[in-house]
Structures are given as C-alpha cells and as structure tokens.
Design a binder for this molecule. Sequence first.
Ligand code: G6D
Length: 356
Amino acid sequence: MDITTRSFGKYKGVEYTEIIVKNDVGDCLIFSDLGARINQWLANDTINQPRSIVIGYDNAEQVFELDSYYYGATVGPVAGRIKDGRFDNNGEMVQLDCNDGKNHLHGGRSSWAFRKWDYSYKVENGEAIVMFTLVDDDKDSPYPGNVKAEVTYRVTNIHEWFITYRIVSDARTLINPTNHVYFNLNAALDRPIDNHSLYVNAERYLPVDEEHLPTGEKLPVEGTPFDYRTDQILAPWLNANHPQTKGANNGLDHAFELASGDGVKAWLYSPTTHWSIEVFTDQPYLVVYTHNYVDQEGKIAGIPRLKHAGITFETQAAPDAIHHKDFGKVVYEAGEVYESTTCYRLYRNVKVLDED
Ligand code: G6D
C-alpha cells in the first residue's frame, strides 16, 4: 500500500493537492483536499492496463469553472435539496442561499464540495487511511452552528473504498452529507452507462415535483422504471415513457428507500468489462442520479461530457428530510455526533476485457 501526493493545481491563489493511494491489487484511488473528493479510481484490467471507473476532473480550475456535476465531491452540510432553502430551527427561521432555482442544493454556494479541507494520511494494518477535516463555522456558512466535519477514506486490498463521516456542531443544525461519486464501469467515459445493469434493494421510491423536490409520497417501485429489486439493464428504463423519468430529463434522479440490514444495498455491472460495484451503507436512502443534464461545454480528461456518462449512489437521509418527518434524521443538537459509513466494493471478472 503506497500513498503519495501531487498538485491538483491552483485556483484564485489557493493551491490544491491530490492524494494518490495505490493498493497491492492494482487499484489507484486519487482523492483531493478540494471538496474531500474522489477524483479517480483506476483499476487494472486483465492485461494490466489502468482503467478509470469514476468521473473526475483534471485540475482544480475545472472544479470551479465547470462544476455543476459535483464529480466525486463530499457534498454538505446537507446533500439533497431543501425547499425554499428555509427551515424552522426550533422556532428560529433559517434562510439558506437558494442556488438551485427557488431551492437549496448540495450545501449551496458555500458547499463542502468547494472548500479546501485539511488532510492527513497513513497506512495502518495494510490499509490506506486518508482523513479530511473541515471546520465550517457560521461565518462561512448560512447553516447554524460551528461544525467540525471529519471524512475518513479507507482503501483495502480487496478493492474496497470505505467512507466514514464523523460530524459535530456546537449548536442545533442540519447534517446530512453524501459523496457524489459517479461510476462508469465501461471504463471508458465516452461510453454512457445505459448498457449497465442495476440492482437496488428498495421496495419504494420518492417521486419528485417539477423542482426535483420530493412530493412527500413513498411509492412502490413495482411496475415502474424504479424497480431494480432484480437487476435490470438501464437503457429501457432511463428512456421510459414515465412522468418521473421524463421529468428528470430521461433518467433517474430519485431517492430509493433502502431495505434495512447490512447486506448489499445496490449493485452495478458493465457487460463491457464484466466489472461490478457493490454498495453498502448504514443510511436509509440512496439517491441515484444518471447524469441526465449536460449543461456545461468543455471536455474533461479530453472527453466531452455525455448524457448518462455516469451514475451516482448518494447514501443519505432523504432530500428535504427537514420538511418530512419520515424521511430520516437530519436535525442534530449541539454536541450530538453524526456518524455514518458507506462502502463501495469493486469486483473484476477474470474474463479478458472486450476489445475496444
Ligand atoms: C441536478 O437534479 C440533479 C441533482 O440530483 C444532481 O445532484 C446535480 O444535478 C449534480 O441538479
């Protein structure tokens, strides 16, 4: 297990860093202090060629100049949308900035995705540990409280990437972060994920309105383009003639209510590489977004942004949970610690990759 660093470039006079983790089984995961994000996951194929399975940026400037995608970023303090950016905090009305139409999304303009985090790293028990920390005080953020956030990435020698959050505030506030990693297991970012198979262990999903806010309903997935209780090839469902997928510009952009327990909560497979990802989490919801909007020109890693270029597995309490009592815990009192762990595990089939 080897950990090194290199520059991720400079933006407005601030230098950012990439932290490069190479495990003993051919994976190279590259994180950055800009947004405590994952920027690359390179896995060796059967002819020992590194193939990228997540979407990232070439440098810090792209994050600030191109980013409406939040590739690989830690988004918070609250990941999902908050209606009108407003909520009642124990009798005090709090108004957040509304960076997504009339609503607040991904932490707003002071999102953790665009902050420079402190970091440290070590190898412990044969695993790479990269710890990011951020002090988000109420001067820098419209959220109540001075918050200390720790995000620890652990990379193992069986192709696992663990994310553990430990977050505490000195005042009652909202805490519900996630990681906005996009996977593409075709290992070629110019091949959309329409050919992937998806499994999600969920009986219900949350329909949304025209502002992508949950309506408050929880609907059965049965008979809909949200039924992944057995694995389904995505293409027909992303382009289904269903108001919810069409309303998301032909794709998924929805929260699934996950089954309880420690088992696999989601699974993704590419028929091109025969590689797959399993998702484990202690969070109650999973937002799956299939990169339905391509609203930025420009190429990243030399490749134009494509619709359905990747798929996210954003583990969290449901979007707008502050306005829906049964959407998961999002309110934390002063000193109350938020702790959560999510794991993404890669499986590489022994078959030779399909010829390009
Ligand atoms: C769009 O509605 C989607 C969000 O769910 C996603 O997180 C964002 O793009 C990157 O706003």
